[in-house]
Design a protein around this ligand. Structure first.
Ligand code: UDP
Length: 356
């Protein structure tokens, strides 16, 4: 079986690390990189650290609005799909790259497999929600990380081709934890293990309006304890353009760092007292590593972490963040919400069984 898989940004590289190996054990994989993330610290570093095979095709779409990127990826990806003639196209998650790949597969009549199918925030204003809903409705094989994801698809009338496989990010976390444990990323930044907060913020809702940027600065200025913030290029650009970057650099105890590689980031996460984030993947990784999570959004797709008391939704709201920080704790038992660490093999088997 011949599968063309499309990746394009940081969380997709992480998910591809275990899945490339599993897919190649079952058939032939042609890996395509859209170029949606083009900064070396968000892209090349991940291929190197995680041992992801070099892409067979690089679409190199580069910067632009989501609409521009979707159009560019679609046009270039169609050429690849036409030339490679795959049995299936596989896409990951909920990004611009995901949607563009799904539309090309649908228009060319090639069966589509979607990794991380069925997740919903029920917030249609979120670009990621738009991308994942459309992709799910075009997919022949829907690879769900959680029971909740299966239930969400059932509620939308999608029951064929649905597989509960577990979460590939859990596979990646287990695979790379021994390497991450050998890094001393907190110490390298002068932080005491267990005595600091880790922050990530990159979603459009937090960066794309002056009011949202003011809220972010207010939250980060109010933490009152050591914290490290590896700043996503999009967030940094928004803070710099709005003239807020220098003020943030003056906040006592707050370290503004470049985006970390996967291993250093995992090392920082493992040593953190708690993580504050608007990332989807980081919410789960906090759970994997037993670190309390404060999610700077009002919704999440990873509802089981909230229901289980591992994750608190605060929005970008100083008072709610302060309250959540005062009460951070980790329940002793962590149920296996995300499978057994072998989601990648389960995905490869499901794709071959459905489409091979
Ligand atoms: N990550 C990283 N370095 C950082 C911040 C995050 O390696 O400085 C990793 C993190 O461990 C996770 C992934 O990036 O595996 C999450 O990506 P992101 O937050 O960009 O996207 P989302 O998960 O929200 O789609």
């Amino acid at each position: 079986m011949r599968i063309v898989s499309l990746v394009g940004n940081r969380p997709q590289f992480v998910k591809a690390a275990p899945l490339c190996t599993a897919l190649r054990a079952q058939g032939e994989e042609i890996l395509v990189h859209s170029g949606q993330h083009y900064d070396p610290e968000l892209a090349d570093l991940f291929f190197d650290e995680l041992g992801i095979p070099a892409p067979d095709h690089a679409l190199e779409v580069g910067p632009g609005t989501p609409v521009h990127q979707i159009a560019m990826i679609m046009e270039r990806f169609e050429h690849v799909v036409r030339d490679e003639g795959p049995d299936a196209v596989l896409v990951y998650g909920d990004t611009t790259t995901t949607l563009a790949g799904a539309l090309v597969a649908a228009k060319r009549g090639i069966p589509l497999a979607h990794v991380e199918a069925g997740l919903r925030s029920f917030d249609k204003a979120m670009p990621e929600e738009q991308n994942r809903v459309v992709t799910d409705h075009l997919s022949a094989v829907l690879l769900c990380p959680t029971r909740q994801a299966v239930d969400n698809l059932t509620a939308e009338g999608i029951t064929r081709g649905v597989h509960l496989v577990g979460d590939v990010m859990f596979d990646a976390s287990r695979m790379f934890a021994p390497l991450a444990e050998r890094r001393d990323a907190p110490v390298a930044l002068g932080l005491d293990p267990g005595g600091y907060l880790l922050v990530t913020i990159h979603r459009a809702a937090a960066t794309d309006t002056p009011g949202a940027l003011d809220d972010m600065v207010a939250v980060l200025s109010s933490l009152g304890q050591p914290a490290v913030f590896p700043v996503h290029p999009r967030t940094r650009a928004a803070l710099q353009a709005g003239g807020r970057w220098d003020a943030l650099g003056q906040v006592p105890g707050l370290i503004l760092a470049p985006p970390a590689g996967y291993l250093d980031f995992a090392s920082l996460l493992m040593g953190a007292r708690a993580v504050l984030t608007d990332s989807g993947g980081v919410q789960k990784e906090a759970y994997f590593h037993g670190v309390p999570c404060i999610t700077l959004r009002d919704t999440t797709e990873w509802v089981e972490t909230v229901a289980g008391g591992f994750n608190t939704l605060t929005g970008m709201d100083t008072a709610r963040v302060r309250e959540a920080l005062a009460g951070v704790a980790m329940p002793a038992e962590r149920p296996p919400y995300y499978g057994d660490g072998h989601a990648a093999e389960a995905i490869a088997r499901a794709v071959v069984a459905e489409l091979g």
